[in-house]
Ligand binder design. Sequence first.
Ligand code: SF4
Length: 291
Amino acid sequence: MPSNAIERIKHAWADHGRHFGQYQFVYPVISRRAGGISLGINLNPDLVCNFDCPYCQVERNAGAEPMPAFTTEGLRTELDHAIGHWIANKFTDSPRFEGISPEQLDLKDICMSGDGEPTLEPGFPEVCALLRELQDALPDLNLKLTLITNATLLHQEKVQAGLKILTSLRGEIWGKLDAGTEDWFRTMSRSRYKLDHIESNLCQTVQKFPLRIQTMLCTVNGAPPSHAELEAWANRISHIYQANPANLLEVQLYSIIRRTSTSEVGPVPPEFLEDVAAWLRAKIPVPVGAY
Ligand code: SF4
């Protein structure tokens, strides 16, 4: 455990492990973007995802222990327990948060993320309803609800029904857009999906719901995205912005800070993120954050 306060908080930011105590579906983390504790919900303990991003931190190797299937009832039990734990002592008795000051342990949001794409879970709308119930039961906390998604399934009726519930009070969708060209998208997602489909889903989503775009900028075999790639990506952001400027809350740029499943990707320097952020701000009047 690092000895000074800044190193301790950096250590906690980097620790987004999905396993906390006895829980199977709930994991509190310190989130720079949320500005406190984000209570993560893992709807994919089976590690299933429809992307295979080279920067993913999930190890999907054959030797992994089989995990229990996700159930909404199991999630409800764990959430009740975790919220009770936070109310009792803000998790200050947990090694993960050892030495972090209590002001940095305020509970800010509940975030569907985890070991795969959350919207693959058939009970996605029921989970959204459960999180809304919890938000209503804890009005003093002003909790936000967040879905982190790769945007592949946002067009589905079942997913749309869930998004409507999720965003009815301080709810947001954080959708992944890692590329501008189909070539770079194939490299970054290693999936069968087309980037045009992702853009179309994000355009439809922003028309109805608050959206933040998340973009991973990293090197692949030592090379960062080219200027032509970034131009194509900015064009896609512009289309999403034009679909509903009021609902596009932010574009978030980030790079690799944790262990990745493959070694061909690497972080870009912070200055690269800052330069791209400034360049995008000059093109499109949308808040851009480099994290
Ligand atoms: S979409 Fe997320 S969980 Fe799925 S492979 Fe990519 S980074 Fe991993």
